[in-house]
Design a binder for this molecule. Structure first.
Ligand code: B1M
Length: 212
């Protein structure tokens, strides 16, 4: 697989060209590219071009949405190939993006990587209220909860979620890990989470650590 294939895929994500991302991802898979490399060096590398431009006001919300959708088309193709790649641990992790927050690209990646580690992952989606997290922990008898937030405003809802988990008498039963660009280990300590994960691989390692 030529390096330029990954760079081309990244460019297609940046252009928000969903049909071409789908086609290119499939063609790379057909030629034996590693699905994990497609994610990190192609699909996410494309989002790495988008992020600073959005931040600098050079790209707007609708364009970024198109990039996210294009990335999603590629993810759909690689996801079945990485799920359950490692030994199944058959433990349940409930995960979601906290209330008020609609960002899910990073969270979806964490879900995929956790699934690839053999965990049973219950993905609650975005804008998940504290009550919904509590309900899902009970319903699925989860051992770990993952909270994602991308906004400095919504990261505060992580604390509300952890507080409600404690109020429901579930805090001793579940480990809580948090992630997302604005959060840190210090913040995790402050709000009483069990750990902070900088990225999806760290989330998988942390979940394994909790469950062993
Ligand atoms: Co938003 N946005 N956005 N946005 N957006 C940011 C976050 C921002 C930093 C951009 C900026 O600089 N201006 C900024 C936040 C500023 C702040 O709070 N300080 C921002 C803003 C302001 C907004 C809006 C308010 C814009 C507006 O409408 N005016 C709005 C808010 C909507 C809402 O949520 N209520 C908004 C909307 C959007 C889009 C819809 C256009 C789109 C989201 C599409 C989607 O997710 N489906 C979007 C995007 C794409 C971004 C940026 C460009 C990219 C985020 C991303 O997907 N990164 C982002 C800029 C940036 O981050 N540099 C930005 C790639 C992803 C793989 O990384 O999410 O960090 P990340 O996930 C990583 C780790 O953080 C970690 O692992 C992941 C994979 O390695 N991780 C976890 C994440 N969650 C985890 C959970 C875990 C463990 C690890 O659980 C255990």
């Amino acid at each position: 697989m030529k390096m330029s294939d990954f760079a081309q895929l990244a460019q297609l994500v940046f252009q928000g060209n969903a049909a071409s991302v789908k086609e290119k991802t499939q063609s790379m898979l057909d030629h034996g590219a590693d699905p994990f490399a497609i994610i990190s060096d192609g699909l996410l590398a494309g989002m790495d071009i988008v992020s600073p431009k959005f931040k600098a006001g050079e790209m707007y919300v609708p364009e970024v949405m198109m990039c996210a959708r294009a990335l999603g088309e590629g993810m759909k193709l690689v996801k079945p190939l990485i799920a359950g790649k490692e030994t199944a641990v058959s433990k349940t992790i409930v995960i979601g993006t906290v209330a008020g927050d609609l960002h899910d690209i990073g969270k979806n990646l964490v879900v995929m990587i956790l699934e690839s580690g053999g965990f049973n992952v219950v993905d609650l989606g975005v804008d998940v209220s504290p009550a919904k997290f509590v309900e899902a922990i009970q319903e699925h008898n989860a051992q770990v909860v993952g909270l994602s937030a991308l906004l400095t405003t919504t990261m505060l809802n992580m604390k509300g979620t952890i507080d409600l988990i404690a109020e429901a008498g579930l805090r001793d039963r579940v480990k809580v890990m948090i992630g997302g660009a604005p959060v840190s280990q210090n913040f995790a300590d402050e709000i009483g989470a069990d750990g902070y994960c900088a990225d999806a691989m760290a989330a998988k390692d942390m979940a394994k650590g909790f469950l062993n």
